[in-house]
Ligand binder design. Structure first.
Ligand code: 7GP
Length: 812
């Protein structure tokens, strides 16, 4: 099939000469410059367009194949996407890496020069946003018809600068130079209403008219999401808020009232201005709720439009459509679909509800009660009056169902209600998400189990079949092939081909090579070379990394106590046989999360002190590179020896950095939390450094009364570490952190201290035997195949989405 047939367009070339021609043509006609005067940016933009053209051609074939088969679609709704840098990925996925390297040479640049100009769109905070990116990658790789919907924030996750004063945040104007990977689609613009009031429709009990008080336009653009080793190219469609023409007040402008003239337009466009730099606590800000509804309203209308292109009526809507809610941020989609069906398309309530429930599925990404979103009823009423009415009706019918199952159990009704009545009345988004969907899943075995047993226990009792687990996964293309080319080449050689990149279970065949001395030697020297590339410490030192968002439950503060303990030990015995370690922290804290920012600042201060200490610095180095993002992760992960996954058990839903590190041969030191449990089960207990309480012991400790003083008083080394922190040499911040560890400390840090220190001693024993360590490292990689996002997507496809692949034909 050639979609260019009849258009007069020629096929894009496959030879180096043809690629070069296309590049020059783009430079001349699309960039408007010449070889002689091309800057690095000209070359970057032009190369990106040339690569994009190849994917666009595949995209056209994909769309045609999808159109022809009218399949069941997956629509992934997510407030966040951390897609990572695009150039290198798209070179790989289009198979044009070598052609491109040749062609840009002729312009006087290297591919690496140009990759440095490729800015990653930081449209997310952490794990949830990166998971969305891995899943869309695997959806395309598995040929599943899918669209990811999100918001095109003007400013992404803040740029972080680390100094001894801690974290400073700067705006991230990621598209300042434009974004060559994006296709605007202004024709698919949607109008979104806010505020206003509702009016009854005579003769109808359920239908209403909503008269919004403000209308904002949503303009989409999309990024291409190619599959690896296949023809499919899906898209992620991102919405930008645009003020309507009418919102510009020309008469005020003419009168010199410049600010007033644009104020309405500015307010409208603020909706997609900035990503909320917060991944756990509710900000309670109207603008955030506005963002959520903006995403939902635009996306649902787009989904309906796409359905209507191929189908009539509503009978097949739920059959052809599954909408996955990535956490509760897009949950207003449930009342919004009800509103569309009932108010606008005039379906009966019951029929609309049946369709809605069958269409949606919900993934929960947390266990922290404070991260379960709720919105004040008062705010909902003002911003989305019709949606609140619909939620009330959904809730009334739902509570009737509960009452029928558990007559007279008023406490249960209160607990399960979508409206929380304690204090200020609030809409509980997680309850709405469970009530309005067909499937609910957690993201690791333990997480799904704890959801059923604790946070959502009443719902699991009512609808046991609704609750599922789908363990997270990561993209092996981005996190091994691209991030770690040396290791990828060795694996490919060892396995006799690149098939593992689409079938990661094949890594298991590496097990046979774990005992091969020359293979092990090469494995080791690759790790060393990756450390040299990273350039953040002695490549022969043990590279110990803790890379993730800063949050007290993740317990960077426990790692810090280990650092201080090492510091004391070395100072007490400077001539000891110490193992040199480079300890690397990286990650951002929510700007308003003061306790997490204190920990960052304390780490930076301690790092400086160690660096200045001639006795300790030969053995211990603490580094904290600024601005952790996907690009930096791709450099750190291949260089890591030890992976720190030390959250309090029962708090980390899954973790995905833990998977990326294990895949790259880092050995985990960790608690029985999230996906650590599954990693350990697969790589083997002997290839994992376990410590600490499990989730049940942790819960029990809290119930029995956690007494941090007890640990302080009975453990001299711990006491010395805390005393040093509190002594004043690290200033107020040391005092505050020590104080909070000895105070209430929700995360029971001191209770796990001794176990952690002992596990670190076991790490050192293993490190002293390089052959043992290397074998452990190889086995971690070999047995991490399960953690491919391709497997995750296959699980969702089979058990939740019930979708089948639609193959896309090759070009003739
Ligand atoms: C994260 C979880 O903390 C992490 O454990 C998990 O691996 C990841 O999602 C992907 O499932 N959660 C978030 O990033 C987040 O923003 C808000 O959660 C509810």
């Amino acid at each position: 099939m050639d979609l260019r047939q009849g258009t007069g367009l020629r096929k894009l070339g496959k030879t180096a000469d043809e690629f070069q021609q296309d590049l020059l043509s783009n430079l001349f006609y699309r960039r408007g410059t010449t070889v002689e005067s091309a800057s690095a940016r000209d070359a970057y933009e032009t190369l990106s367009l040339t690569v994009r053209d190849r994917l666009a051609e595949r995209r056209a074939r994909t769309a045609a194949a999808h159109y022809a088969s009218n399949p069941r679609w997956v629509y992934y709704l997510s407030a966040e996407y951390l897609l990572g840098a695009q150039l290198e990925q798209n070179l790989l996925y289009s198979g044009t890496g070598d052609l491109a390297a040749e062609a840009v040479k002729a312009l006087g640049f290297s591919l690496e020069d140009l990759e440095d100009l490729d800015v990653e769109p930081g449209l997310g905070n952490g794990g949830l946003g990166r998971l969305a990116a891995c899943l869309v990658d695997s959806l395309a790789t598995r040929d599943i018809p899918a669209v990811g919907y999100g918001i095109r924030y003007d400013l992404g996750i803040f740029r972080q600068i680390i100094t001894e004063n801690g974290q400073t945040e700067l705006p991230d104007d990621w598209a300042f130079h434009g974004n060559p990977w994006e296709f605007p689609a202004p024709d698919d613009r949607q109008a979104v209403g806010f505020y206003g009031h509702t009016e009854p429709i005579p003769g109808s009990e359920t239908r209403k008219i909503w008269v919004p008080g403000e209308i904002v336009l949503g303009e989409p653009s999309h990024m291409l999401v190619p599959g690896y080793g296949t023809e499919t190219v899906n898209i992620v469609r991102l919405w930008s808020a645009k003020a309507s023409e009418a919102s510009f007040d020309l008469s005020r402008f003419s009168a010199g009232q410049y600010a007033e003239a644009v104020q309405e337009a500015v307010r409208a466009e603020n909706i997609s201005k900035v990503l909320y730099p917060d991944d756990s606590t509710e900000l309670g800000r109207e603008l955030r709720l506005k963002q959520q509804y903006f995403l939902v309203s635009c996306s649902l209308r787009d989904i309906v439009r796409r359905f209507r292109l191929r189908n009539e009526g509503w009978d097949t809507f739920a059959e052809k459509t599954v909408i996955q809610l990535n956490d509760t941020h897009p949950t207003i989609a449930i009342p919004e679909l009800m509103r569309l069906l009932v108010d606008e398309y005039e379906l009966e309530w019951d029929r609309a509800w049946e369709i809605t429930r069958k269409t949606f599925a919900y993934t929960c990404h947390t266990l922290l009660p404070e991260a379960l979103e709720t919105w004040p009823v008062r705010m909902f009423e003002k911003l989305l009056p019709r949606h609140l009415e619909i939620i009330y009706l959904i809730n009334m019918l739902f509570l009737r169902e509960v009452e029928a199952r558990f007559p007279g159990d008023h406490d249960r009704l209160r607990r399960m209600s979508i409206i929380g009545e304690e204090g200020e009345r609030r809409v509980r988004m997680a309850h709405l998400a469970v009530v309005g969907t067909e499937a609910v899943n957690g993201v690791a075995e333990l997480h799904s189990k704890l959801l059923r047993e604790t946070v959502l226990d009443d719902f699991a009792e009512l609808w046991p079949a609704k609750f599922q687990n789908v363990t997270n996964g990561v993209s092996p293309r981005r996190f091994i092939k691209i991030a770690n080319p040396r290791l990828s080449d060795l694996i490919t050689e060892g396995l006799g081909g690149e098939g593992w990149l689409r079938d990661l279970d094949r890594l298991a065949e590496l097990e046979h090579l774990a005992g091969d001395a020359s293979f092990a030697e090469r494995w080791q020297s690759i790790k060393r070379a990756n450390k040299v590339d990273l350039g953040l410490g002695d490549p022969d030192s043990l590279t110990d990394v803790m890379i993730k968002r800063f949050h007290e439950y993740k317990r960077q503060q426990l790692k810090l106590l280990h650092v201080i303990t090492l510091y004391h030990r070395i100072r007490a015995n400077p001539g000891g046989d110490w193992i040199p370690r480079t300890i690397l922290f990286a990650g951002k804290a929510a700007p308003a999360y003061h306790a997490a920012k204190d920990i960052i600042r304390l780490i930076a201060t301690v790092a400086a002190r160690i660096e200045a200490d001639p006795v300790v610095s030969p053995y211990l180095k603490v580094v904290f590179p600024s601005n952790y993002n996907v690009t930096l992760a791709e450099r750190i992960i291949p260089a890591a020896d030890l992976s720190e996954q030390i959250s309090l058990a029962g708090k980390e839903a899954s973790g995905t950095g833990n998977m990326k590190l294990a895949l790259n041969g880092a050995i985990t030191i960790g608690t029985l939390d999230g996906a650590n449990i599954e990693i350990r089960a697969r790589v083997g207990a002997e290839n994992f450094f376990l410590f600490g309480m499990d989730a049940y012991q942790a819960a029990q400790t809290r119930i029995n009364g956690y007494d941090p003083r007890h640990f302080y008083e009975h453990d001299a080394e711990l006491r010395a570490a805390l005393d040093t922190l509190a002594s004043g040499i690290f200033g107020d911040v040391g005092h505050r952190v020590a104080g909070s560890l000895l105070g209430w400390d929700e995360y029971l840090t001191l209770a796990d201290y001794r176990g952690y220190i002992e596990a670190q001693e076991e790490v050192e024993r293993a490190w002293r035997e390089p052959a043992r360590w290397t074998r452990m490292s190889i086995l971690n990689t070999a047995h991490s195949g399960f953690f491919s996002a391709d497997r995750t997507v296959a699980d969702y496809a089979a058990r939740i989405w019930r979708v089948a692949p639609v193959p896309v034909q090759h070009e003739d």
